[in-house]
Ligand binder design. Structure first.
Ligand code: PXP
Length: 238
């Protein structure tokens, strides 16, 4: 399978927001990434808009139709933005106030399931594909399929933070079994969170994963190597 790369450009906006300056512009970053091997551009619109702003979502969706994967929570304001700017796909993620980054997959309480089912239906009416960010466990994957998601993004955070080889192997096994189950249930499989130039190789080897969504490691590598090289190097590993 040809593994696709979604480059998350949130931290280009983080740098811009540090000075509230007009640059660096995420639209310019998206162009460079797409010209050098990225298959998709990922942007995460957070409630606090601490990096990507709503106007960035509008601009990237306009500039690169069919190539924007929007991450957001299931809050009504986020759904409204998704329906307005019509990205290619939306990944619904949990969002906790004050978190440094997304901490894990969706916690499917009955209320969360009801809310996500409504959101999926409305996004589908606008022909927007829906991904759910899930922990790599059978129950979460079965729930995502029942809710009508098109894609599951398996959370690789625990794997990427594992410090013992035996733990990493076990977590990789979970990811492999989860990818298999998701495909059996007709879901496309993505993976992401905490992936870098070293730990991505074993995940790429699992097979059955269509797309890796990677941000922090690529944007930080770009500071030293330049964005085209950072993207090309990652794409080369997939
Ligand atoms: N996938 C999801 C659902 C995320 O929330 C994030 C972080 O925004 C990523 C992938 C990318 O993670 P990282 O920046 O650690 O590569």
């Amino acid at each position: 399978m040809n593994l696709k790369l979604g480059v998350n450009i949130d931290h280009v906006a983080t740098l811009r927001q540090a000075r509230r300056a007009p640059f660096p512009d995420p639209v310019d970053a998206a162009a460079v990434c797409l010209n050098t091997g990225a298959d998709f551009i990922v942007v995460h619109l957070r409630k606090d808009q601490r990096h990507i702003q709503e106007k960035d979502v509008a601009r990237v969706c306009r500039a690169f139709p069919g190539q924007i994967h929007l991450e957001c929570s299931s809050a009504p304001a986020m759904e409204k933005a998704a329906l307005k700017y019509k990205p290619h796909s939306v990944c619904i993620v949990p969002e906790k106030p004050g978190e440094v980054t997304t901490t894990g997959g969706l916690n499917f309480t009955p209320a969360v399931k009801r809310r996500i089912a409504q959101m999926i239906e409305r996004l589908h009416r606008k022909k927007i594909l829906v991904s759910l960010f899930v922990s790599p466990d059978a129950e979460s994957i079965r729930t995502a399929a029942k809710l009508g998601a098109d894609i599951v993004e398996l959370c690789t955070r625990d794997y990427s933070e594992a410090t013992r080889a035996a733990t990493a192997r076990k977590l990789l096994q979970n990811l492999a079994l989860s990818a298999l189950l998701a495909r059996e249930l007709g879901l496309e499989v993505h993976a992401g969170h905490g992936l870098d130039y070293h730990n991505v190789l074993a995940v790429a080897d699992i097979g059955g994963i269509a797309c890796m969504n990677i941000g922090f490691s690529i944007i930080t590598r770009a500071l030293f190597a330049g964005l085209p090289t950072a993207v090309l190097e990652m794409k080369g590993l997939l």
